[in-house]
Ligand binder design. Structure first.
Ligand code: S3P
Length: 448
């Protein structure tokens, strides 16, 4: 179960050529941030293209619980009347962030420098994930947190009454941790500095500038040094959320492996902190044309023309690419299974603390589908079986992880025998229209 309903088995059968346009929903990372930054601005922020996935809906409810007025006007069209930096009020009840690590970590950061107390929880997947990576730096501001063993939810955070600014070097490449520290820094006096050795997605920095914060990024020998001046008055914005490149990855991958396919995926982000999968696919020999490059919602985007690519070759994915494609390794491992030769993904141990242990979930599922896989703590190797070579014919476990569920349903579109997923309900967290969109292109995905 996703924590929001019953298990929904789904089955994907081999299908004919895909065609048409895959208009994927709004970006999840930017949608969370639009709601949270809107809640910290003074006045009304207008959002279009908001992802109405469960993760984002849970963040919308949380912002209401902290005092913001969040309204839905039409599909994807929302307004947030913010309470100002430091203006959060104490929620009356437990904040349930469902399946969303981004939601809970960013919100913890946002309230950590306001003298209020909030208790957070989530579904069975989120309750397993480490929160110490966020509460450790938040303690430097003066916040305190008590959770279960291993720094896990449920957890109560007591915000600092007299926050002090912080200089913090990220011990892991994590945009969630970086963003939590920046959000906490908004209500601390003086300058908060975050140093990241490897660049991670930069939506918080871009959007904070848009909302009127004083922030600058310096590239030094230490990495990116991000300096934020505390206690700005954030100005409400009009945010046009671009499409999610992590969701676009599924129809793109499907078109590459299903014989005869030819599709268009419009408005895919080319932001260098998000495009690692697309670089890797091109290196593998994928037939992708990047058409009509332009800017949308403050992000560089292009329309992707994607064709069936029978000549895909396995590659070495370098560890430094991991932050820019961290959510795309599950679907890359499926594409790799349809390539010739082996694909080696190094530096991927962060995958073990996502919505599921994604190395283990993909390795076990691919093995069940007849693919040879090797793994260690920080590496995943997939031995490709060539186009149409994957036997399939298995039921794979999604482990409450949307991206694992979607990856195996895409695999089923080109495997010899049907692939079932034990519970596809988590797909609703990030890509609620997945089944209809994929079937509209020609997939044969059905409830099981
Ligand atoms: C996200 C950051 C990434 C990513 C997640 C979204 C964000 O997590 O996996 O899906 O919006 O900041 P980490 O920062 O923990 O790597």
């Amino acid at each position: 179960m996703s924590g929001h309903g019953d298990a929904q088995p789904m089955i994907s059968a081999k299908c004919g050529a895909l065609s048409g346009t895959a208009a994927v929903p709004g970006d999840k990372s930017i949608s969370h941030r639009a709601l949270i930054f809107g809640a910290m601005a003074v006045g009304e922020t207008r959002i279009t293209g908001l992802l109405e996935g469960q993760d984002v809906l849970d963040t919308a409810s949380a912002m209401r619980a902290f005092g913001a007025t969040v309204l839905r006007h039409a599909e994807g069209a929302w307004t947030v009347r913010g309470v100002g930096t430091g203006g959060f009020s104490e929620p009356e009840d437990v904040i349930d962030c469902g399946n969303s690590g981004t939601g809970v970590r960013l919100i913890m950061g946002t309230m950590a420098t306001t003298p209020i107390t909030a208790t957070f929880t989530g579904d069975a997947s989120l309750r397993k994930r480490p929160m110490g990576r966020v509460t450790d730096p938040l303690a430097l501001f003066g916040a305190r947190a008590w959770g279960r063993s291993g720094g896990r939810l449920p957890m109560t955070v007591v915000g600092a009454a007299d926050p002090v600014p912080v200089r913090y070097t990220l011990p892991v490449a994590s945009a969630q941790v970086k963003s939590a520290v920046l959000l906490a820094g908004l209500n601390a006096p003086g300058e908060t500095v975050v140093i990241e050795r490897e660049p991670t997605r930069d939506h918080s920095e871009r959007m904070l500038l848009g909302f009127g914060a004083e922030l600058h990024v310096e590239k030094t020998g230490e990495g990116h040094v991000i300096t934020l001046r505390g206690r700005p008055e954030l100005r409400p914005q009009t945010v046009a959320v671009p499409r999610d490149p992590s969701s676009a990855a599924f129809p793109v991958a499907a078109a590459l492996i299903v014989e005869g396919s030819d599709i268009l995926v419009p408005g895919v982000s080319q932001n260098l902190t998000r495009n690692g999968l697309y670089l890797t696919l091109v290196e593998m020999g994928a037939a992708i044309d990047f058409l009509n490059p332009r800017e949308e919602g403050g992000e560089p985007v292009a329309d992707l023309h994607v064709r069936f690519s029978p000549g895909l070759r396995g590659v070495e994915v370098p560890p430094e690419r991991a932050p820019s494609m961290i959510d795309e390794y599950p679907i890359l491992s499926v594409v790799s299974a349809f390539a010739e030769g082996k694909t080696t993904m190094r530096g991927v141990k962060e995958l073990r603390v996502k919505e599921s242990d994604r190395i283990d979930a993909m390795a076990r599922g691919l093995e069940a589908c007849g693919v040879r896989v090797e793994e260690d703590e920080d590496t995943l190797v997939v031995h490709g079986m060539g186009p149409g070579g994957m036997p399939g014919g298995a039921t794979c476990r999604s482990h409450l992880d949307h991206r694992i569920a979607m990856s195996f349903l895409v695999a089923g579109m080109a495997a010899k025998a049907e692939i079932a997923v034990d519970d596809a309900s988590p797909i609703a967290t990030s890509f609620p229209i997945f089944e209809s969109l994929m079937n509209g292109l020609g997939a044969a995905i059905r409830q099981g």
